[in-house]
Design a protein around this ligand. Sequence first.
Ligand code: AMP
Length: 588
Amino acid sequence: MLEKMEKRFDPEEVIEEFEALTKDAKRVQIETLKKILKENGEAEYLKKWGLDGKTDPESYSSCVPLVTHKDLEPLIQQIANGAPHPILTGKPITTISLSSGTTQGKRKFVPFNDELTETTMQIYRTSFAFRNREYPIVNGKALSFIYGSKPFKTNGGLLAGTATSNVYRSEQFKKTMKEMQTPCCSPDEVIFGPDFHQSLYCHLLCGLIFRDEIQVISSTFAHSIVHSFRSFELVWEELCSDIKTGTLSPRITVPTIRNAMAKMLKPNPELANKIHEKCLSLSNWCRLIEELFPNVKYIYGIMTGSMEPYLKKLRHYSGEIPLLSADYGSSEGWIGANVNPTRPPEMATFAVLPNIGYFEFIPLREIGADSQDNNELESPSVRVEPRPVGLTDVRVGEEYEVVVTNVAGLYRYRLGDVVKVVGFHNSTPELQFVCRRNLMLTINIDKNTEKDLQLSVEAAAKLLAAEKLEVVDFTSQVDLYSDPGHYVIFWEVSGEASDEVLKECCNCLDSTFVDAGYVSSRKVQAIGPLELKILKRGTFQKILDHYVGLGSTLNQFKTPRCVGPVNQMVLQILCDNVVKSFISSAFG
Ligand code: AMP
């Protein structure tokens, strides 16, 4: 009976636990590895590598190889097909997560289990406890732009859905949100609705109905918040009319959503007028969120990595409301929590929780300088890489690729992310996200990462800002059909920019890639002039719709920053929507 009593959530207790774990990170890692290997000792995969019951880190790293998703794909496929034997885990896997696939153009199947949900809740509670010290929440609600994709059954009858949907569907998620006093203001019918355009509209409507109670505005990735308020700009009058009359717009056609919303929507002309007036008083929607939601303490979502380009617009909408960057994880499992919430989002760091997985780090410093091979991740065997180091052996200032061993059957799995160690919290490292490792613009000796592209776009976008225009979103491509090959950058711009300014932007993009390999190749024309292609308004919405059509959810959507040949559909959308193009003359 006693065990059944609900344990109350005490943020200070959570912090105490976190401090204890991180003070003893090395021992906790050894214990975590031991637990994972013991629980899965019967898995064929581990048996194959001859661990013979050994659970220490040295035996583990000498017996079990580093792998990528590609290596494990056939095994995960067998699991999805319903193979009855223990392939990767001791206990059968009953659920499959789908990664967003927006970075690679292809969605990945990843094993999922209840323990992963547990570790997700641990991360949520930990970062919340630290946030709550600075920005306490009392009896609030959250306007959370979250979406659950419809689960489907794999050939073998396993439940499959996006990782975020698997979490949002769980009872633990709702319980944790309640404990944090920020339950989502929208009903389940909206979160799990079959049409994300309709769900998004209703999320906004629910937010406005509960306007005074909303204390947090959140989404998994910041893109979704920006996207939601861009949509608000288009539908605000309709939303006001719904609130005024108490009748839902005919654009909502899904019966379950209509029924659920009907229970919440009552005529409230006073509220409708107030929102209407506020919207009319704003200049270019500046400080929109602050005006609409007077009691919001902060805006929360992942704002680092490929989300950084949306910060400018988010700041524009949020005014003085603090922006707090969320934790670091993936469909393959969580890695670290943001325990320094007051840092600006660009500086956010993630303290690794040493009991949620076993972590190794491949040092990257030596790689690159003398290397012509940009494809290490795809073909690890062709080059000798430095040996991975353990969680507590990483060095401040160095960059690493993250290797994960998790509670759901991934062993020494290369996540493909590059992180930088910027300090330690007790004995666990604090990481900064740098970029995806294989997202590189490269033609010969040049190497430009997603971050380099972002910096270049930021610099060029300043020229647009002078014309009161902004880059709505961007992506890139390496064009090898031309001789020599060249970089192509695609921009969607918020309005009509003059050709003169766009030409300047194009030159600026070309000259701001500072990578020595790029600059020298451009000088000798081994790489051709950069091309800037301007897209029709709404092109990135089409790309998002394309991914959602494939079964991805808005939660995990990340605009692909470099579109490779495997991503034919997205390339097609881009090419079909180019309205103008410019060729750089930056190198004469
Ligand atoms: P998904 O493929 O949808 O599971 O997304 C996981 C990927 O999103 C990670 O491997 C990272 O590349 C990225 N990601 C997750 N959390 C963060 C973060 N806090 N900052 C930057 N990028 C992140």
